[in-house]
Design a binder for this molecule. Sequence first.
Ligand SMILES: Nc1ncnc2c1ncn2[C@@H]1O[C@H](COP(=O)(O)OP(=O)(O)OP(=O)(O)O)[C@@H](O)[C@H]1O
Ligand SMILES: [Mg+2]
Length: 577
Amino acid sequence: MAIFTFDQSYALGRVRAVDTRRVSIQVDKDEELRRARVGQLVALRLPGAIEEWLIGMIDSVMKSPVMEETIEQAVPMEAEGAELAMPRESVLNTVRVTLVGRVALDAGQKPCFSRSIFQVPEIDCGCNVLRDAQLQAFMNLLSVESKTEHSLEMGHYTMDEKAVAYLDGNRLFQRHASLLGSTGSGKSWLVAAILEQAAKLPSSNLIVFDLHGEYSRLTYASHLRVPGPEELGTAANELLYLPYWLLNAEESQSMFIDRSEFTAHNQVMAFQDAVLSQKKAFLEAEGKTEMLSALTLDSPIPFPFENVISELRRLNDEMVPGARGGEKQGVFYGQFSRLLIRLQSKRDDKRYGFLFQIPTTEQTYDAMAKMICRLMDFSESRIRVIDFSEVPADILPVMVGLVARVVYQVQFWTEVNVRKPLALVCDEAHVYLPNKEGQNPVEQRAIENFEKIAKEGRKYGVAMVVVSQRPSDVSTTILSQCNNLLALRLTNGDDQGTVKRLMPESLAGLMDALPILDTGEVLVVGDCVLLPSRIRVNPPKEKPISSTIAFWDEWRKAAEKPDFAKAVEHMRRQSRK
Ligand SMILES: Nc1ncnc2c1ncn2[C@@H]1O[C@H](COP(=O)(O)OP(=O)(O)OP(=O)(O)O)[C@@H](O)[C@H]1O
Ligand SMILES: [Mg+2]
């Protein structure tokens, strides 16, 4: 049985030029040119007795006027009897196609698709558009082939609504993915759709960084929340404290030291000395002397913050014996006044309570192991959502970066044979992974932590799924490490530009569809799909809380006034509970 059968109504010109994967088709008839659309698939038959087709995707359709050199023109004008020649104008219709794969019969005489191309089409080879029954046959082939044990069902191809679209679940996570689209384009729903599929596997392992509590109602996930000012002091199971002693040297510097102060260097030194000696004292008191040899500033060892403050205060106020029996100011006298104010105000600020005002149970040597279990134990819960909505914006990047770093390091130190691959879903990534010159130190830390995961995570089974509504505001280093791109509707020109730059040039034409994609429609490019595909995503069964508000409908309803006094109280307390 033939793989494809085309008659004249499918014809789209002949091959005029071939340059590895890019093919130019010359189309002589206007009616043929009308069959071509950007993004459409075409088939070109390879020569040979055995049926074999190359599949391509149209990236541009051009109709350009050309001046034909006429023979008369070659005759010198002065020559006697020469007519005044006018160049004749004609049009050259060109369709540019990028080859994406090959369909051939396998050993069992069944058609199969592969992405590898060994042979390019011959000049003058006929080109056919794939539509109707032929397109359905092909999409069906794709669908059957991409449905494997490790595939994840996404929805349907826009090109053929009957064919189910699958992504390769291994490849999607192996080398990171980015999920980009304007606000309201359907990113959170797409994330929920992926989570829902993953939740069906017996030991999937994902952590979702949720900045707005959007995923807080998903029943198949477990929920952790960084506590707000109201919840401080309680040790409820869903509360995730992020004790200050988890901060490494650079993270704590970014929080407490102001680099612009001229005593900054001494502040860093004295702060680090005080922290290190407190960590040492803690280990000695716990009888963990075997740990002392490996102790560094970065070691996650609890210590009393108060003692660091009092040591700095001592140095700040220190008087030493001077000449002639009198007293003089110590070396650091007055140098730490500003640092002390900063430390104390951070310590006392209720909004930072999850860092400093932690229950005593979180101050023990074993506290970190317990915390990691809640973050990483997939046998308890396969999907853990961490709600950061109570974390103040000024330190949010460090806090998200801290969790990512700690999780990554524990994964790194887990024995290889029991290590379970883990994916970090970073929603609203532009907030904590910004792309700008002169990032502030707090953002710098987050970016560095995530960059490390982006670069090395693959080897230790840590994947990132970067989700953002402002791709142009997300760190380019991070985005360019994502090998799979799931692009939803993007209306802003800068964002479209960023996404186009992340693509191979040949797919630029396909990206022109970005602003006109429907809600919940996604362009998938990368090795998780056999072909760059436009897919209509199935809505998840359990929806995230991000529903678009129907203004006009809401305004049409009669309604009671909300309790504004209560809202003001919530604002004061920084909590809606
Ligand atoms: N696959 C889908 N099918 C049908 N409707 C959808 C789909 N995905 C999203 N929608 C609709 O679009 C709305 C917005 O989707 P969603 O909350 O996922 O957007 P978003 O891209 O996450 O926006 P934001 O960047 O503001 O968080 C949803 O409330 C829903 O009504
Ligand atoms: Mg969202």
